[in-house]
Design a protein around this ligand. Sequence first.
Ligand code: C5P
Length: 246
Amino acid sequence: MADGATGDAGTEEPEVNRVPVDIRSRLALALDVDDLIEAKRLAASLSPYFGTIKVGLELYLAAGPTSVGYFAEAGFDVFCDLKLHDIPNTVERAARVVGSLGARWMTCHTSGGLTMLRAAVVGLTEGAANAGMPTPGVLGVTVLTSDDTATSAELSARCDLAVDASCGGIICAAPDLEDTEPWADRLARVVPGIRLPGGDTHDQSRVASPSDALVAGADLLVIGRMVTAAEDPVAAAEELVASVLS
Ligand code: C5P
């Protein structure tokens, strides 16, 4: 995958030594909560397991840009999942703000087209450069899991768009890893819908186990309710890492 996903938050925690860095760097924790205090608590307790924190719409709308800056300063790679889709000028300007916050990744819908995606890349890159931050990457959302009408040809076209726009990667479901393999050398593949066998799938319809998704070529796994909604999130994270190592 593209470089990154190497946040060093939590290195003061002894547990971090038990989680291989190449596993931790491939795990993103989706903080789908509406309260920054709760998000901080979850991130602190789970930092030995996750190198990346995903700030989605819910937390961003509740806590604002502070949420991105906080986790970036804490040493995590921050994946700002705002799924931008608007006119290119608006996307570029919004992306410039996200870049200035220190985000490592920001999502945009590939369905917004080439000009919009290029604008996102320009804005994100310039925003980070102006703030003296490392260059972040745009992740193109290929097909929403709720969209059961998109064809394999559309998926391929969206991967081409992401490459043409100089995106750093894509978001795709685990079953699409095989079809997106031809782009694996140019795009990091970020995969949600991860569940341990037998676990509650919630509203996810296209799930895979962590090890299956990694074997199939996923660069970064987005882990949400499997850990955050567990009775004991730390135990769930332990189980997750153990399943990958077994
Ligand atoms: O289901 P889970 O809590 O693991 O979701 C993690 C992330 O996956 C969410 O933050 C959301 O971005 C994405 N998601 C998805 N399709 C769904 C539900 C969530 O891609 N049906």
